[in-house]
Design a protein around this ligand. Sequence first.
Ligand code: KG4
Ligand code: ZN
Length: 338
Amino acid sequence: MRILALESSCDESAVAVLDADGGLLAHEVFSQIELHRLYGGVVPELASRDHVQRLLPLLRQVLTRAGTTPAELDAVAYTAGPGLVGALLTGAALARSLAFAWGVPALGVHHLEGHLLAPLLEAEPPPFPHVALLVSGGHTLLIEVRGIGAYRVLGQTRDDAAGEAFDKTAKLLGLPYPGGPALAQIAAQGRAGAFEFPRPMLDRPGLEFSFSGLKTAVLHAVRDQVLDDRLRADVARAVQEAIVECLCVKATRALEQTDCQVLTVSGGVGANRQLRATLSRVLAGRGARAYYPRPEFCTDNAAMIAVAGLARLQAGQHDDLAIGARAQWPLDTLESIA
Ligand code: KG4
Ligand code: ZN
């Protein structure tokens, strides 16, 4: 089976072709970062308009790179939610139309299931069952993954997502949009111990997170100070340490609670080097192991949508002719195909 996958849930237009035997044949991502930079965040209407312009040229490019023709495709998968509904509709309408024209089935994929299954794209995929730490701009979740579609949310954030915490504190430091990668980059030059920020919820049992207090803590720390590069780096280092420690402690606790030795890490923040280094060290000391997708499969992409779509199509699932797009879509309502 060979499938085409489209992703357009937020500010990345992405297309991929995945073959059940030959693996990932080609994938492309066009990021709208430049488009939204001026506004300091994603503007939904601009995102939708840009997807409309980008998706078809990307599709042509990917089909050429994959060395495949539409006649060789068995299905079309697309991100059906959760996400910005206008942005989702552009990919959903295109995917559904292509599938109709080519006479093949279409399937709407859950964006977070895509992130969860992204580690399966690597040469050494994680075994099931495992615990997933899904850390992106919109979500911070610990999930017990017993199989594809068999998800139990163990804990999540009460307020800001981890990526949001990176982005918002970066904005306070005057770093360029999007803040997460910029903050991570300068954190490497920060001095250890120059600042110490709170680690909320660590003193409490359970697997919930809270990151919204970090912004206030950073505001207090830099108030009345000259924001030069040295101060920025020191604060960035302390912010990153606080976020990484919260994620590591709770992820380790989730492994303990589920008596599991395997953790996967996905979503944009999963690309963070400090998070990877710390988690790998902590888990190695406990005889457990972390699996990561390569950084380009941590942030939004269509390869992960293809993996999730292929698994479900192979299990015989597909949608009717309706164009599906859901702004909200609880992960634990998905059908298990295990
Ligand atoms: O998964 P993603 O591309 O989009 C969502 O579905 O949200 O994640 C984007 C988030 C942003 O908040 C971005 O700042 C953050 O991931 N991010 C990072 C890094 N790379 C991306 N945060 C910290 N360190 C990074 N290296
Ligand atoms: Zn995402």
